[in-house]
Design a protein around this ligand. Sequence first.
Ligand code: UT7
Length: 352
Amino acid sequence: MPCTAPGSPAPAAVLCGLAGWVPPRVVTNDDLAERLDTDDTWIRTRTGIHRRHVIEPGQATSDLAVEAGRRVLRSAGCDTVDAVLVTTTTPDRPCPATAPAVAARLGLEGVAAFDVGAVCTGFVYGLATASGLIASGVAERVLLIGADTYSTIVDPLDRANAIIFGDGAGAVVLRAGDADEAGAIGHFDLGSDGAHEDLITVAAGGSRQRSAPGEVSNEDRYFAMRGKEVYRHAVTRMADSARTTLSKAGWKIDDVEHFVPHQANLRILHSVADDLGLPRERCVSHVASVGNTGAASIPLALADAVAQQMIRPGGRVLLTAFGGGLTWGSCLLTWPVLPPVHPYDQGEETAS
Ligand code: UT7
């Protein structure tokens, strides 16, 4: 393990690789309308979502995480890392964590590996955790993967939620570096409000309500969200968190060239941008093509924007997330020169 020389500043976590992956199977709004009382126009107008990708039966979150992890390690030219963090709301099992299996399948046996749970804020919490490991000298390189398969926990007959979510994984490699170099992740704001834990929940399957056969209603086994209330919290919490982070860094809203929020719903993203006084064109969104992919949404949106050369080296980027818990968080970075970034290409790698 690396260690920091006494008296020298703590190293910063610097982004040095990015990749995303979504499963090949596409579900369009029209596909959903065949089995649900909904239609393409309602979904597009209320959410901005046109389609999403879902896993095949038998696949699990770790399968997506491994795909994204393999791509990012190859692109960053990394044979090994000191820690693997998987952030997810849909682990392969309640026990053990998903990260050790992902590390082993990536050929990273023996490294520290654990899951970070903060629902859709997981990726920003994961960045903060990775930054802490690097700053403390516990790790010099960290692989952080946001991966979720909401198709495994959303009731396929629940029209309010089945239309929103998609499956996917996004991954980054972070290395020890200097706080003032491009790619250094900094000025975090993290928060939570557990008084509203019931707004987004899977009621059964944990220690409060086990999933014993015959004892659990279908409703309690599935993901539940009080959409309207969540919507209001999402806008307020993300805007406030973004402002707090900007003020910690001494950035003005005009300094933000690319705002990359958790891809919850296009209307939410635009409301946050409006609240911040940020032109909507600076708000990165790919919710139309993948839906809300939970902890994967920010790295997937970044991979897409970088592959399309919307985000370029030197661009100032603000990441902001919100999710169940409730949880929220933001951080900033100046975009570094990265090896070719793979978008969510569902198959063969395509360099840009
Ligand atoms: O990632 C974690 C954070 N998650 C979020 O941020 C999601 C936050 N919430 C949302 O994105 C939105 O609240 C939803 C997309 C879930 C719902 O949109 P909404 O504009 O808030 O709709 P609503 O829940 O107020 O429902 C309006 C109407 C209702 O009918 P009535 O009661 O007015 O007759 C719903 O039953 O739309 C109905 N409805 C639908 N209609 C057609 C709900 N879902 C659908 C549907 N298709 N899929």
